[in-house]
Write a protein that binds this ligand. Structure first.
Ligand code: SAH
Length: 374
């Protein structure tokens, strides 16, 4: 077993930055740091300190979740999108893409295949596709919950009104993923066109929390022009929002976007952010993302050893997989669901952890103002 749990084994030497070690210990203890302290860590961490940070994050993850890695079955059900995010390959302006959407029966058969493979959470993700009205989404969610009552449904379909979010929740959706992308207003505006608003994004996350969802925010690491100061904003925002899940992945370039040709993100910096978030939120659900696996063949394993405890293998029909190309060279696009299930399990075990096929709710299970979803 290669679980990095034994902190006693960590030995500092003359080259170790003691201030960073002290700050990591402080974060582990009090779960928050000052802006300048986070910045100091990001500006000065090298390999030795990163090793300590990762071991600390792993020990907190082991305390809270043991070696369990929760499996979520991802269904990318439409790549139509009305938005024009400057980084994203499925943006509306991309003409060089074969658009598809799955109908309800196809989505249900993806769930069935997943259910038979043991999945108990389905994540339904898409571009912002107007075809899927609230009625249609509610019907899909309701049908999944009726057919597979012991599962959780996660939606990741973008910005909607509070009324729409409430309707999906009332139809049985348990969780909602909406990455904030960056908590820096200036960077948000650089990453998005004028018709998208930082305040709306933040309001959506607030609405989702108030309704009682288990809420996931998240951000890209090393997106164009992003600075360490911007990443500190993400950490401060996460301290404040207290989300149940946080999706963190490197920015990856796509040639059919305005950011074409700009450099993709960095593995070590992404892992650093994963570990810091684990220390801020000891019981957060933290995916080891496909983007990390795309950036580096061992990226997902490295994230698991740095505090991540969720993976989201793909259940979408293989014939459509490569059309959901939010970034280029996305991995696993040719693999059948059963193959993905097996492949990820091998990786998880090899990294020293174990697959957990249970529904894997967050510990607080959407507790909000005293209300607990039954
Ligand atoms: N329409 C949904 C789903 C968007 S795709 C929504 O708005 O939530 C899911 C995530 O993929 C995005 O939130 C973004 O963080 C990430 N993503 C998109 N393009 C990317 C790129 N080029 N590199 C890395 N991540 C990207």
């Amino acid at each position: 077993m290669s679980v990095l749990s034994n902190l006693e084994k960590f030995e500092t030497d003359a080259s170790t930055n003691q201030r960073i070690i002290t700050l990591i210990d402080k974060l582990k203890e009090v779960r928050r740091l000052e802006r300048e302290e986070y910045l100091y860590i990001l500006n000065n961490t090298s390999q030795k300190e990163l090793e300590y940070l990762r071991k600390s994050a792993d020990s907190i993850r082991l305390e809270n979740y043991g070696t369990s890695v929760y499996m979520r079955g991802l269904i990318e059900f439409s790549n139509f999108c009305t938005r024009s995010c400057n980084y994203c390959g499925i943006r509306r302006q991309n003409q060089n893409i074969d658009r598809y959407r799955l109908d309800k029966d196809t989505i249900l058969s993806c769930c069935e295949e997943g259910y038979n493979l043991g999945y108990r959470t389905f994540v339904l993700q898409s571009g912002e596709d107007k075809y899927f009205s609230d009625d249609i989404i509610c019907d899909i969610v309701n049908s999944i919950k009726k057919k597979f009552p012991d599962t959780a449904v996660t939606l990741s379909i973008g910005e909607k009104s509070k009324e729409s979010y409430q309707r999906y929740f009332d139809s049985g959706a348990d969780r909602y993923l909406l990455r904030h992308e960056t908590a820096s207003r200036k960077l948000y505006e650089h990453l998005h066109p004028n018709d998208m608003s930082f305040d709306t994004r933040m309001q959506c996350l607030q609405d989702l929390k108030e309704i009682g969802y288990q809420v996931g925010c998240g951000f890209m690491v090393n997106s164009p022009t992003q600075t360490n100061e911007d990443l500190v904003e993400d950490l401060l925002f996460i301290e404040k929002l207290q989300p149940h899940m946080v999706g963190i992945g490197p920015y990856l370039s796509h040639s059919e976007t305005p950011f074409s040709g700009l450099e993709s993100g960095n593995l070590l910096q992404t892992i650093t952010m994963v570990s810091l978030v684990r220390l801020i939120l000891p019981d957060v659900l933290l995916p080891s993302t496909t983007a990390l696996g795309t950036l580096n063949s061992k990226g997902r394993e490295e994230a698991l050893k740095s505090g991540a405890n969720v993976v989201m293998p793909n259940l979408s029909p293989t014939e459509h997989r490569e059309k959901y190309e939010i970034y280029e060279n996305k991995i696993c696009t040719g693999d059948e669901a059963a193959h993905c299930r097996g492949c990820i399990e091998t990786r998880i075990i090899f990294a020293g952890y174990e697959v957990d096929m249970s529904v894997g709710h967050h510990k607080t299970r959407g507790i909000n103002n005293g209300m607990v979803r039954s």
